[in-house]
Ligand binder design. Sequence first.
Ligand SMILES: Cc1ncc(C[n+]2csc(CCOP(=O)(O)OP(=O)(O)O)c2C)c(N)n1
Length: 342
Amino acid sequence: MTTHTLKYDEKAPIPEEKLHEMYHYLLLTRTIENQIDYICANQTKANPFLIGKGYLSIGQEAISVGAACTIGEKDWFAQSHRDLAAHLIRGVTPLEIFLQYRCTSRSPTQGKEGNVHFGPTDRHLIGFTSHMGQNLAIALGTAWASQYRGEDAVTLTACGEGASQQGVVHESMNYAAVFKLPVVFIINNNGWAISVPVKEQMIIEDVADRAAGYGMPATVVDGNDVMAVYRAVKAGVDRARKGEGPCVIECKTFRMTGHGTHDPATYVPKADKEKWAKHDPIDFMKNYLISNKLWDEDRDQKLRAEIKKTIDVAVNEAATDVPPDPSVAVQGVWSDPSIPVE
Ligand SMILES: Cc1ncc(C[n+]2csc(CCOP(=O)(O)OP(=O)(O)O)c2C)c(N)n1
C-alpha cells in the first residue's frame, strides 16, 4: 500500500536562517538531555537533584525540532513524551526544564508534576498526559476551537507507534477527518514501545497506511532528517490552515536510549543501535550544513560552548530553588477542598 498520498515538494528550499535555527535546537535538546541522563545516572537515591526518571528523545530529536519549527505563536502543540525540543522552540527555557525535573516551587507545574509531564498553555503547549494516545484526543479540542472561532491556527500532535495502537488514536483520527479539523498527526515510529518491538505491535509496515481508512492523506519520512520532517509537516500545516483538514506524517526513527533513564534496554539488538548511530540526526544535519558551505567547525565549536554555558547556568540556578509549599497541592484542582463533602 502506498502511504505517500500527501502531495508536496520533497525538495522544497528551506531558508538558511531556518536551517540554522533547527540545528541550534537539535544541539540544545541533545545537550540538555545528555545532562539529564548524566545527573540521573550519578545522583544519590537518598538526596536526588532530579526527581524520578528522565524520558529522553536522544536520537529522535529531529522529529520534534522539524515539526515545531513549522508553526507560529498562535498554533498549538499537544506533544508527546519525546518532544522536549518543542518546548524549547515554543519558549520554555532550559531553567524551566531543570526546575520541572526537580519538582521545585518555581517549576512550570509548581512541583505538582515531574519530567516531561508539563506544557505551559501560555506558550500553546498542552500538558502531556501519561495515558498513551490521549494527547491526540486533547489536540482535537484546540483544533476544533480554532475552527469554531474562524481562526486559522493549526494544532500539531504527536505520539509513538506504540501509542498509535490505542483506540483513542483511531477515534481521534476519524473524528478529525470527519470534521476536517486543522490538525496534523505526527507518529514518532522508533521501533519500540518500552520493550515491545514494532513487529509485535502491528502487522502492517507503516502506521501511515491507516490514514486512508479515515480518508486523509499521509506520508512517511526519515525522522532523523530534520529537513524531511520540516517539509512534510509544513505541507500538512499549510493545507490544514487553508481548511483542507488533517493528515498523518509518520517519522521513522530509533530510540537511542532506554525507555527512560532507569531502563538499560538490554532487549534492543546491538546491531540496530549501531546501524542507527551512523544516521544520527545531529551529525546528519551538521554534515549537510558543512557540505553546503552554510556552517564550519569554528561556528560549531562556538555554538556548543554557548549551549554548554547556558545549561550550566540553568542547572546552577535550578539548584537554588526549594520544594513547593504544601498549600500549592490543593490549588488549581477541580474541586475546592475547603467545601466539605456532604
Ligand atoms: C494507556 C497506556 N498504556 C500503557 C502505558 C505505559 N507506557 C508508557 S510509555 C509506553 C510505550 C509507548 O511507546 P510508544 O508510543 O511507541 O512511544 P515511545 O516511548 O517509543 O516514544 C507504555 C506502554 C501508558 N502510559 N498508557
